[in-house]
Design a protein around this ligand. Structure first.
Ligand SMILES: [Zn+2]
Length: 68
């Protein structure tokens, strides 16, 4: 692998990591858009992004599960 290519890969990696700065140690703290409780969307099994956009905690996801 030539040096230029290697540098490009390193640069992309740095950019990628800076984008992911919000996620620390696999945690992704979000605020539930229904009850405004903070939760780790990576941790709770039931939690998910409603419409791929609005974070919903495990409790609300279960409660409103049938709307899914
Ligand atoms: Zn909630």
């Amino acid at each position: 692998m030539d040096d230029k290519k290697k540098n490009d890969i390193e640069k992309n990696k740095e950019e990628f990591e800076s984008v992911c700065d919000k996620e620390v140690d696999g945690e992704n703290i979000e605020i539930c858009f229904i009850c405004h409780k903070k939760f780790d969307i990576n941790k709770d099994d039931e939690s998910y992004y409603r419409h791929g956009k609005y974070p919903m905690c495990a409790y609300c996801a279960e409660f409103y599960g049938y709307y899914r």
